[in-house]
Ligand binder design. Structure first.
Ligand code: PMP
Length: 408
């Protein structure tokens, strides 16, 4: 028999546990700042109008069926995804240095990259993966599931509530040659703190000197600043510098396609006469891994994204929708900061507007977070992270006052 009594009880996923606690709360004032999904000004999920339009077009297409996609996914989706993250005129694309597979959203892309590293990356050497401290908690699980050792580099300074740039650089300088460095392309989760362009240049320089291998996790392109190119700047800079790298791309946030699991994985080989050949070999192994893991990726979300990415008019409308989401979040950042400052809430609050993307690391302690939950029915993760999209013109006063009370 299985002897299932050896299976220990696992802890509940903290984020999904938080969601359940929120749902149970019967207070009419309750505020959900936990989950990282966009909400409109009425705290409701938002179907992007351009996604609705694409959905209608696809729904009326008489040629559509439910056949399998190829193992690598929808070809017009993966090529459009390359252009989106690398830039349409990227030399890496022209030189056929990119191997791309459609994945089960960003999580699937991170996993495929981790699995590929575990199988093929510099066997018999130190292959430690470095994560920022803190990072998206799933990074730990995904990499431990494939048995790659991991460590962390300092990232967030509790003193400035900004980037601990010195700590980060020093750790990179001391990492063993060949270490894998996981970087967030933009809108760092959970802190909302990104390096400046000058800091990225320095990071790239150190990584080149120390022969470190970049793995970019890009879950928020266009969602952070509202500008797709600006949010891809770091990735494109690393490609320009000739790095070989892995990229995980998610369309959950920027298309609002969370549950449809649309994402893409890219392996970019460095410029060399045989780069296209290398890319083909890499791609062939990735297909084998993909086949054994998921056989082929889900079709629906990729069809929607692909239609929008490949149609100039729909693409322009998408950019407008992205500005709506990022703009509302930036407005909420400004409003929260000024309300806390007006209330004279102890502490400094400039970090709320300095940070970017879905999240803000407020600096609230675990004790204050629990007090907010008990006294004011406000739900956020224990590390003081709030999902900015959970704030709106109806609850921001209430939230600011609740924070003020919890901090005093
Ligand atoms: N990486 C990071 C840093 C994220 O924040 C997320 C979304 N929470 C993901 C990857 C992947 O999400 P998904 O699998 O839903 O695309």
């Amino acid at each position: 028999s299985f002897q299932a009594d050896v299976v220990p009880q696992a802890p509940e996923d903290p984020l999904f546990g938080l969601m359940a606690a929120y749902r149970k709360d019967t207070s009419p004032n309750k505020v959900d700042l936990g989950i990282g999904a966009y909400r409109d000004n009425n705290a409701k999920p938002w179907i992007l109008p351009v996604v609705q339009k694409a959905d209608d077009i696809i729904g009326k297409d008489p040629n559509l069926n439910h056949e399998y996609l190829p193992i690598a996914g929808l070809p017009e989706f993966t090529t459009a995804s390359q252009k989106l993250i690398l830039g349409a005129d990227s030399p890496a694309i022209k030189e056929k240095r990119v191997a791309s597979l459609q994945t089960v959203s960003g999580t699937g892309a991170v996993h495929l990259g981790a699995l590929f590293l575990q199988r093929f990356y510099r066997p018999n050497t130190d292959r430690t993966v470095y994560f920022s401290a803190p990072t998206w908690p799933n990074h730990n699980q995904i990499f431990s599931n494939v048995h790659l050792p991991y460590a962390t580099y300092p990232y967030f300074s509790t003193k400035t509530r900004g980037l601990d740039f010195e700590g980060m650089i020093n750790t990179l300088k001391n990492a063993a040659e060949g270490s894998i460095i996981l970087l967030h392309g933009c809108a760092h989760n959970p802190t909302g703190v990104d390096p400046t362009q000058d800091q990225w240049k320095e990071i790239a320089k150190v990584m080149q000197e120390k022969k470190l291998f970049p793995f970019f996790d890009c879950a928020y392109q266009g969602f952070a600043s509202g500008d797709l190119n600006k949010d891809a700047w770091a990735v494109r800079y690393f490609v320009e510098q000739g790095f070989e790298m892995l990229i995980a791309q998610s369309y959950a946030k920027n298309f609002g396609l969370y549950g449809e699991r649309a994402g893409c994985f890219h392996f970019v080989t460095s410029p060399a006469p045989d780069a296209a050949n290398t890319s083909t070999r890499v791609g062939s192994q990735l297909l084998i891994l993909q086949r054994s893991e998921i056989s082929n990726p889900p079709a629906y979300g990729a069809r929607i994204a692909s239609l929008i990415l490949n149609d100039p008019a729909l693409f322009a409308e998408w950019e407008e929708n992205l500005r709506t989401m990022s703009g509302r979040i930036i407005t909420m950042r400004n409003a929260l900061r000024s309300k806390l400052e007006e209330l004279g809430t102890p502490g400094t609050w400039n970090h709320i507007t300095d940070q970017i993307g879905m999240f803000s690391f407020t600096g609230l302690t675990e004790k204050q977070v629990m007090k907010l939950r008990e006294d004011s029915h406000v739900y956020m993760t224990k590390n003081g992270r709030i999902s900015m999209a959970g704030l709106n013109t109806h609850n921001i006063d209430y939230f600011a006052k609740a924070v003020d009370k919890a901090v005093r």
